[in-house]
Design a protein around this ligand. Structure first.
Ligand code: AHG
Ligand code: MN
Ligand code: MN
Length: 337
């Protein structure tokens, strides 16, 4: 038992810490911090609460189903995709330090202000992930990535097109049986749950570490005939090894389970999506930062997702992420095919 003098101050679930106070405390650890960051994260938390409310009331308020149009990716837009996108734009639009807002649902980013006008950050997001599940009460989410508006970038390169390794914060909100906010600012991964009775996200776990291994794979196995050979070999091996399969079809929900329980989440190249289906800038990169900060791994084939040099806001990538030993098992099969 450590004595009182050797004990390090710790957050525990006995103390009640809100997301807001947690962010302020984090900022105070960085000398020279301007508080900019807490403005952005508080806007994201506000948007999350408004979206959670919409998701919860979707059937009652008649906002289920698609709007009869497709987005930039040629995918059916659900009513709630559009609503969630608008909510985020409204909640983040007046934050004076945001330069660029970019979304899965918009072909072009919205430039709110440039650096000279105080726009220090770019925020990229998937407003509603897993939205095709929305009509059935399945967990859906919001994913976000925060990048600095880099003053060193050449003028002709859009400021929001940066590798994931440059993210200063990333996270997701899962609208499931409870509303869960998972955040990293590059100092580990913390988890908050929304307490409806007080309208606040409260800290429930700090410094989350993904289990080293667990025999669970999460993949849309129905496409396996069109996966590259290495993935098929991996699945054959996993079947023989007694693995279990879990696939919800909402990245946020599948990655969240993988983070807490261990295993591996995969979206390989397929015939329909030879580069992979998931979007690098606002799906794969933020989730890769979370995995990295939790001691996991996140790869696109043999390359670290965070090291990919992006060229386009909406580019796609394949994904292998999760427990380090489970990712290694996949890679071993890719290498030997
Ligand atoms: P979104 O709803 O934002 O377009 O994301 C779709 C996703 C992702 O949540 C999930 O992992 C994947 O699409 C599922 O794709 P399949 O239906 O092809 O398995
Ligand atoms: Mn998505
Ligand atoms: Mn989406």
């Amino acid at each position: 038992m450590p004595d009182a003098h050797s004990r390090q101050p710790q957050y525990t679930t006995d103390n009640l810490t809100s997301l807001q106070s947690h962010i302020l405390a984090e900022e105070q650890r960085h000398p020279g911090a301007t508080g900019d960051f807490s403005w952005i994260l508080s806007a994201i938390a506000l948007a999350a609460k408004v979206i959670a409310n919409k998701v919860r009331g979707a059937r009652i308020q008649d906002v289920l189903g698609d709007i009869g149009e497709t987005n930039v990716h040629g995918e059916k837009q659900q009513k709630l995709d559009v609503i969630a996108n608008e909510i985020i734009a409204r909640c983040l639009g007046d934050r004076a330090n945001i330069s660029v807002l970019a979304s899965e649902e918009d072909e072009h980013p919205t430039v709110l202000r440039d650096r000279a006008e105080g726009g220090r950050y770019c925020v990229l997001f998937d407003p509603l992930d897993g939205s095709s599940n929305i009509d059935f009460g399945v967990g859906v989410g919001t994913i976000f990535s925060v990048l600095r508006n880099d003053r060193l970038k050449p003028r002709d390169v859009p400021h929001h097109i940066q590798p994931g390794s440059r993210q200063v914060a990333a996270g997701y909100i899962l609208y499931g049986s409870s509303v869960i906010f998972v955040l990293t600012t590059g100092n580990g991964v913390d988890m908050f749950v929304h307490d409806h009775s007080i309208g606040t996200f409260v800290l429930v776990d700090r410094g989350i570490r993904i289990p080293e291994s667990n025999k669970i794979y999460s993949i849309n196995e129905a496409y396996c005939n069109t996966f590259p050979e290495g993935y098929r070999n991996y699945l054959d091996w996993a079947h023989d090894e007694g693995y279990s399969s879990r696939y919800i079809g909402s990245m946020v929900a599948d990655v969240h389970r993988t983070l807490l329980k261990g295993g591996v989440f995969l979206y390989p190249p397929t015939k329909a999506h030879p580069e992979g289906k998931l979007r690098l800038m606002y799906e794969a990169n933020p989730m890769a930062m979370i995995m990295d900060q939790a001691g996991g791994k996140a790869l696109a084939g043999s390359e670290r997702i965070l090291d990919i040099r992006p060229t386009d806001l909406h580019q796609r990538t394949s994904v292998i992420m999760g427990s380090p030993r489970e990712v290694d098992h996949v890679v071993r099969h890719l290498d030997s095919s």
